[in-house]
Design a binder for this molecule. Structure first.
Ligand SMILES: *[C@@H]1O[C@H](CO)[C@@H](O)[C@H](O)[C@H]1NC(C)=O
Ligand SMILES: *[C@@H]1O[C@H](CO)[C@@H](O)[C@H](O)[C@H]1NC(C)=O
Ligand SMILES: *[C@@H]1O[C@H](CO)[C@@H](O)[C@H](O)[C@H]1NC(C)=O
Ligand SMILES: *[C@@H]1O[C@H](CO)[C@@H](O)[C@H](O)[C@H]1NC(C)=O
Ligand SMILES: *[C@@H]1O[C@H](CO)[C@@H](O)[C@H](O)[C@H]1NC(C)=O
Ligand SMILES: *[C@@H]1O[C@H](CO)[C@@H](O)[C@H](O)[C@H]1NC(C)=O
Ligand SMILES: *[C@@H]1O[C@H](CO)[C@@H](O)[C@H](O)[C@H]1NC(C)=O
Ligand SMILES: *[C@@H]1O[C@H](CO)[C@@H](O)[C@H](O)[C@H]1NC(C)=O
Ligand SMILES: *[C@@H]1O[C@H](CO)[C@@H](O)[C@H](O)[C@H]1NC(C)=O
Ligand SMILES: *[C@@H]1O[C@H](CO)[C@@H](O)[C@H](O)[C@H]1NC(C)=O
Length: 853
């Protein structure tokens, strides 16, 4: 009874610690498996703040040796490298440590070796082979062939059974030995299943089945970080030794507390001390301004390597001032525009690549960063670098022998182990209960991504569009597809199993179809609890759709507002790309304007809807840390809920706006014809004012209840912006407004509305009001409608001086004849009732140097 109580409170304590660690990122990660073993020692050994216990008498560790039991050696000579090396266990035949594993998954295996002098055997001559059940970690290692006094090895293996076996095999009639062993759980997020190759850049899957050996782990420009300062007990070395001679790099640092981890990254990825120090390019006044900083790392050419590069912009004073390239060997790995990727300064980011050693110099692997020639600020930075050797085809990290070939007699093992386990069954049972509860509870609160393993689309380039536009050369494609951010714990709402999605949409019943776009289809769904949702199912074959899908996820995970459609969850099982939104009962605004039999909206309702949408856009432009430009404002992207509250939807084309020191973002033109800002179209320069223009078109559509472009109409009426503007300038908007409204609108309110739309449709962005001004004016129009007072009328009169002279909207003319369709990014959340803007997906691929002006 007491035992049960005790275990239970231990579980609670562990869970509590876990909970804090996982969510607050404040407490350290507590590994479910945490073996710190001082082999051959008779007492506990404290090393770098952690306590290693003797290997004799550890309750869930058994040691099985062959003919003779391993002998131990210890010394009290304090001039040894560190206390951990002061004892060893020596084996003259194959010996196996069995570690009970509480939670399967990746584990560190860390081994410490030091040939203690003065022992009975000559340990310098000892030849050591270490294998797990599947992998060869070390093969015939001997200190006499080694250029060092002690050796530390770190491996990461995915343990897929309840026991991890670690066998030490002596060879050449010698002995094997080990001083200390660590077996410690690694959180699943830390080591990926997927990474990118270089030249050509493709993804490599299945890494979780392979073993790694840490070859380098460098804290660029920073001090040695020992295991006590890393939540996963890793050691980070300074990089200076590996810098290519005289590359004029400078070390930079900032306060570690200023590092802001994005949701997808944890201190488990790398401690803030790694991100708080970096290397940057030297002072331009004393060096050639354009050079690469290169690290040359000796490696074994017979293996592939996982190259993880950590970045965090601690050198810029403002966003969007740092653009540089990363090279692995001589291949461009990624163009890096950290501001765009991370959305802020001091925000960590990392990227994984799989690479061979350099072809030119096969015994090395080279990592370089250098300025982008297109950038106007010449600088580059790196914060951390990890190089992990990947196990080869015979599952070895050392040589070409497999475990089978090294341990031919390996099956007779399990019997004896069984007996040992049996004798300690009581203790193990208690442990098992504890472990089971722990695993269940942990699984319950784990990020759903980690449970599913189906996130095939998540590691794909999230920033495909924004990366592409920062480059002019052909390499842009490569860099675009190489960019990535892990979404593992981004705020995506709840994870839906695919089966639940199937059930909620009645297996994607076509009668529940709400809309179709380039990205795929939107269905109405009903969750088990009766909640209605909109289920957007991405079409995996649509590259364009994929890019937009990612953008949408990225945007929505950052945004929450009453007038933006909100995300409830997602599903990425079975390569599906499904987002689940709140259901908007009244569908797209357009279906209430024309093309359906729905009742006509009153003027007041229309004003309220426009105000709601304007609020949503105003929030996009100003509410987030960096402004966001929607780029596809139109009446099908303004959705109405059951109370006709308007919400802006579809962020598939959205982009973060210009930063403080920029006036615009240069980008390929995307959007929908009829709504497209002529200035943006001409100059490929995107600002918030492009959305204001599109919103002006929406206002005219709301008033006149006709499509933005209607090619069947006479030439001068095709384009609503052009047509309505001529009437507005004549002050005769009432002539073209919805017949249902005639006589039911306060003239002052209409006047204010017309003026607002007119200003939005100004030829030049600078002449257009901000969304905040638009909002204010629309609210004023609503007030006029509500009060209809004479005083308000006079004031409106006074305010109407700000007329903008008419400038013909020429840029759109050429499309009126040749292309009568819209350029549709494809992301309609709503119904495309007349099919007019449903399909054509055209992208103006002219790329523009963002810094060239
Ligand atoms: C301790 O070890 C060092 C080198 O390993 C050796 O020079 C020294 O004599 C040893 N001291 C004792 C007391 O054994
Ligand atoms: C141990 O072996 C190495 C290499 O075979 C040899 O150089 C060294 O002299 C030996 N030491 C002793 C104490 O036998
Ligand atoms: C073991 O013996 C083989 C052949 O006798 C030799 O080639 C090899 O170098 C030896 N290994 C070690 C670690 O001494
Ligand atoms: C051993 O290390 C020394 C100094 O670190 C170095 O000069 C030497 O080349 C190394 N020898 C080998 C075989 O690696
Ligand atoms: C470990 O391997 C199993 C089976 O291949 C896999 O399902 C799991 O995702 C892997 N875990 C990690 C952390 O890679
Ligand atoms: C590492 O951690 C220890 C104990 O928490 C602390 O005293 C020490 O200052 C840390 N080292 C660095 C370089 O911050
Ligand atoms: C690096 O280059 C600079 C100028 O090019 C020179 O002054 C300096 O001595 C060099 N340093 C080394 C270590 O070669
Ligand atoms: C790069 O940034 C660092 C840190 O701000 C600065 O010291 C260095 O002079 C910059 N290098 C260039 C070439 O501008
Ligand atoms: C930097 O290295 C890459 C790859 O080797 C090379 O293509 C590029 O020209 C280098 N840049 C400079 C400025 O040397
Ligand atoms: C590494 O080299 C091997 C053979 O030399 C080649 O088959 C493989 O594709 C290369 N891998 C990468 C990632 O470049």
């Amino acid at each position: 009874m007491k035992l049960v109580e005790a275990s239970f409170s231990i579980v609670l304590v562990i869970l509590l610690v876990e909970f804090i660690g996982w969510n607050g990122s404040l407490a350290a990660f507590t590994p479910p498996d945490n073996y710190l073993i001082a082999c051959g020692s008779t007492k506990d050994v404290t090393f770098q703040g952690r306590t290693f216990v003797p290997d004799s008498g550890h309750p869930s560790l058994t040691l099985k040796t062959g003919t003779s039991s391993g002998s131990s050696v210890a010394t009290s000579n304090s001039s040894f490298p560190s206390p951990i090396y002061q004892s060893a266990r020596i084996f003259s035949s194959v010996a196996t440590y069995n570690f009970d594993i509480q939670q399967q998954g990746r584990h560190w295996i860390r081994l410490y070796f030091y040939p203690i002098p003065g022992s009975a055997q000559n340990l310098t001559a000892a030849s050591i082979t270490v294998v797990t059940k599947d992998f060869v970690l070390l093969h015939n290692f001997a200190f006499k062939n080694y250029n060092g006094t002690f050796m530390f090895k770190e491996y990461a293996v995915n343990v897929t059974s309840d026991t991890l076996t670690l066998s030490f095999i002596p060879s050449n009639n010698s002995v094997a030995f080990v001083n200390a062993i660590e077996v410690v759980s690694i959180p699943d997020v830390v080591l990926p299943d997927q990474a990118w190759t270089l030249n050509p850049s493709t993804s490599v899957d299945g890494l979780s089945d392979l073993a790694y050996e840490t070859v380098y782990r460098l804290n660029m420009g920073g001090p040695l970080i020992t295991s006590e300062n890393d939540t996963l007990g890793r050691v980070w070395e300074n990089d200076a030794e590996y810098r290519h001679v005289n590359n004029s790099a400078v070390d930079v640092s900032t306060n570690p507390a200023s590092i802001r981890y994005p949701a997808a990254l944890k201190p488990e990825t790398a401690p803030n001390m790694v991100y708080a120090t970096a290397v940057a390019m030297g002072d331009p006044s004393v060096t050639n301004a354009n050079f690469n900083m290169t690290w040359v790392l000796p490696v074994n050419p017979n293996f592939r390597y996982l190259v993880r590069v950590h970045f965090c912009d601690i050198i810029s004073r403002a966003l969007n001032t740092l653009v540089f390239n990363l090279y692995v060997n001589d291949d461009l790995a990624q163009g890096l525009d950290l501001s765009t990727i991370t959305g802020g300064l001091g925000v960590p980011y990392y990227r994984d690549f799989v690479s061979n050693s350099s072809t030119e110099s096969p015994d090395t692997l080279m990592v370089s960063v250098g300025p982008d020639t297109a950038a106007d600020i010449t600088n580059a930075t790196v914060n951390g670098l990890e190089i992990l050797k990947i196990s080869n085809d015979v599952k070895s990290l050392d040589g070409v022998s497999s475990v089978e070939s090294l341990t031919p007699q390996s099956h007779s093992k399990s019997h004896k182990v069984g007996i040992i386990i049996g004798s300690t069954a009581g203790a193990i049972a208690a442990f098992a209960i504890l472990g089971l509860c722990f695993i269940c509870m942990r699984a319950g609160k784990k990020d759903p991504h980690q449970q599913q393993g189906g996130h095939s689309w998540l590691p794909l380039p999230l920033y495909g569009i924004s990366q592409t536009i920062t480059k002019m050369s052909t390499t842009s494609q490569k860099s675009a597809s190489a960019s990535c951010i892990s979404l593992a714990s981004t705020n995506l709402g709840r994870f839906f199993p695919f089966q639940e999605i199937m059930d909620s949409t009645n297996k994607f019943d076509e009668t529940l179809l709400l809309g179709v776009g380039g990205f795929g289809r939107v269905y109405k769904g009903t969750l088990e609890d009766g909640t209605n949702v909109a289920v957007k199912r991405g079409n995996p074959r649509s590259e364009q759709g994929l890019a937009e899908f990612r953008t949408e996820i990225e945007m929505l995970s950052k945004l929450r507002h009453r007038h933006l459609v909100s995300l409830i969850g997602y599903c990425d099982e079975r390569s599906e790309m499904i987002l689940v939104y709140e259901y908007m009962a009244n569908g797209p605004l357009r279906s209430h304007l024309y093309g359906t039999n729905l009742p006509s909206l009153s003027w007041k309702q229309r004003l309220e809807i426009c105000i709601g949408a304007a609020r949503g856009l105003h929030y996009l432009h100003t509410g987030a840390t960096q402004s966001i430009i929607h780029r596809d404002v139109k009446t099908t992207n303004i959705l109405l809920d059951e109370s006709f509250v308007a919400k802006v939807a579809d962020f598939g084309l959205s982009k973060t706006g210009p930063s403080l020191d920029q006036t615009h973002v240069s980008t390929a033109v995307k959007g929908s014809f009829g709504y497209l800002d002529p200035e943006y179209f001409r100059r490929q320069q995107l600002t918030e004012k492009s959305d204001v223009y599109s919103f002006g078109v929406v206002l005219m559509e709301v008033l006149c209840t006709r499509p933005a472009l209607n090619p069947v109409l006479p030439r001068d009426q095709v384009n609503i912006a052009e047509w309505a503007m001529t009437w507005q300038k004549k002050g005769m908007l009432d002539q073209i407004m919805d017949q249902n409204l005639v006589g039911k609108v306060n003239p002052a309110s209409l006047k204010k509305f017309g003026e607002t739309a007119e200003k939005c449709l100004a030829e030049y962005g600078v002449e257009r009001p901000s969304m905040g001004d638009v909002l204010w004016n629309l609210e004023y129009a609503l007030q006029l409608e509500e009060t209809s007072s004479a005083a308000a009328l006079n004031e409106a009169e006074d305010n109407s001086t700000n007329h903008i002279p008419g400038i013909p909207l020429t840029p759109l003319e050429q499309f009126d004849n040749s292309v009568s369709m819209m350029i549709d990014g494809g992301g309609n959340s709503g119904t495309d009732d007349d099919g007019e803007d449903a399909t054509t997906s055209a992208v103006f691929s002219q790329l523009v140097n963002p810094r060239g002006r």
